[in-house]
Design a protein around this ligand. Structure first.
Ligand SMILES: [Zn+2]
Length: 390
């Protein structure tokens, strides 16, 4: 078990593969700066060989990021590798992410290459790259559908040629946490020099298991989580780094690892990415959804007001969010009184015997009761009872 887990962000590469997402250069620079402050170890800024725009963006990001490594993606093709070397050369910490598919289906239908040809390619291209870049991430694409012994052979070849980080992509989001943990277990047992390199997870959310899989990887020897902000990415997206970092923090006794993530900045960075992608975070999304810290029912609100820990496993301020007790037809007298007090009305439990039935009759007709509606209700009560609660 490792003592520290780092985060590798691919919001601007895998994340940009989200349908309909195309960041402008200014948006990318803003996101890169926020990520640098957020405490990620590496920022995958793009795929320089894909287009002139991508090349320029990686180059600009390499110039503004001061803490994190700046990474460019490359297929195992010299042109791609050269583009990354060129685009990241002004980075304080340049890094390349080179990948080649290793699974039978990709070998046969996509690459038309034999196992031997793939191993030769890994050896030649990593050796070539090592002359110009110290930090090399190697990804056997579709690793989780690759024969375990061929996965070991591919990864061993990359390490022997100079790769410093091995990334294990669950490219199609198919594995269960147990299976994904097994993949790392197999590597840990069979790779010579396992501890001399870093190991990262790369999980997709097709079956809703991206976060669980990333954490299973960590429990089985991975040292880094590759993910995105708000879980954007190809198809159903990647693991949401905020979710994974929050889980590690909240369940510290379980994972027993530290991270450099400044969790309190989560809301800020989530908002920046939501705006740039025009993809608002779903209300019921873990951690960053607007309902994640909202309690509506009377029983929950009453418990929450007595002690937040009755229904709250992490404090909203830990991730830069705020709690809310929206008032609606399910709310109880305690929550309504608490809200009225916060709005400046000096009402007691006794007063609520008069106020609450009126609130209830309005709430039954509405969805949520706003502060403005509450003030109108109080006006009605004050006129009827000929008192002032202010
Ligand atoms: Zn991916």
């Amino acid at each position: 078990m490792v003592s520290k887990v780092t985060f590798y962000d691919t919001t601007m590469r895998d994340g940009e593969q989200t349908i309909g997402v195309n960041f402008s250069i200014d948006e990318k620079i803003e996101i890169a700066k926020e990520l640098d402050n957020y405490g990620v170890a590496a920022i995958e800024a793009g795929f320089p060989a894909a287009s002139q725009k991508d090349f320029e963006e990686v180059k600009r990001i390499a110039e503004v990021v001061t803490n994190a490594k700046v990474v460019g993606l490359a297929r195992m093709v010299r042109n791609d590798i050269n583009a990354v070397i060129e685009a990241t050369k002004n980075a304080k910490h340049p890094m390349i992410h080179a990948f080649i598919a290793t699974s039978p289906i990709h070998r046969e239908f996509k690459l038309h290459m034999t196992k031997e040809e793939i191993l030769d390619k890994i050896k030649a291209d990593v050796t070539f790259t090592k002359q110009y870049m110290q930090d090399i991430v190697f990804s056997p694409e579709d690793a989780t559908r690759t024969e375990p012994d061929f996965l070991v052979a591919s990864v061993q070849t990359a390490i022997d040629a100079g790769a410093t980080m091995i990334n294990i992509p669950d490219t199609v989001g198919y594995d269960t946490p147990e299976e994904y943990g097994e993949v790392f277990e197999n590597l840990r047992q069979n790779i010579i020099g396992f501890d001399t390199v870093g190991w990262s997870t790369h999980t997709h959310n097709d079956l809703g298991m991206a976060t669980a899989n990333a954490l299973a990887g960590i429990a089985h020897g991975a040292t880094e989580i590759q993910g995105t902000i708000n879980g954007i990415g190809e198809r159903a997206g990647n693991v949401d780094m905020i979710e994974a970092a929050a889980a590690i923090q909240v369940r510290h006794e379980k994972f027993n690892v530290e991270t450099d993530i400044v969790l309190a900045q989560s809301k800020v960075i989530s908002d920046v990415v939501a705006r740039a992608t025009c993809m608002p975070v779903a209300g019921n999304k873990p951690i960053m959804g607007r309902n994640a810290f909202a309690h509506e029912s009377g029983i929950h609100q009453d418990g929450y007001l007595k002690n937040p820990e009755t229904y709250e496993i992490l404090k909203p301020e830990m991730v830069g969010a705020t709690a809310s007790l929206p008032l609606g037809k399910l709310s109880g007298s305690h929550a309504v009184m608490s809200k009225l007090n916060s709005l400046g009305y000096d009402v007691t439990r006794d007063d609520m015997k008069v106020i609450f039935p009126i609130f209830k009759s309005v709430a039954e007709e509405s969805d949520l009761i706003t502060d403005e509606q509450l003030k109108v209700i109080m006006q009605v009560v004050e006129e009827k009872e000929m008192v002032s609660y202010q």
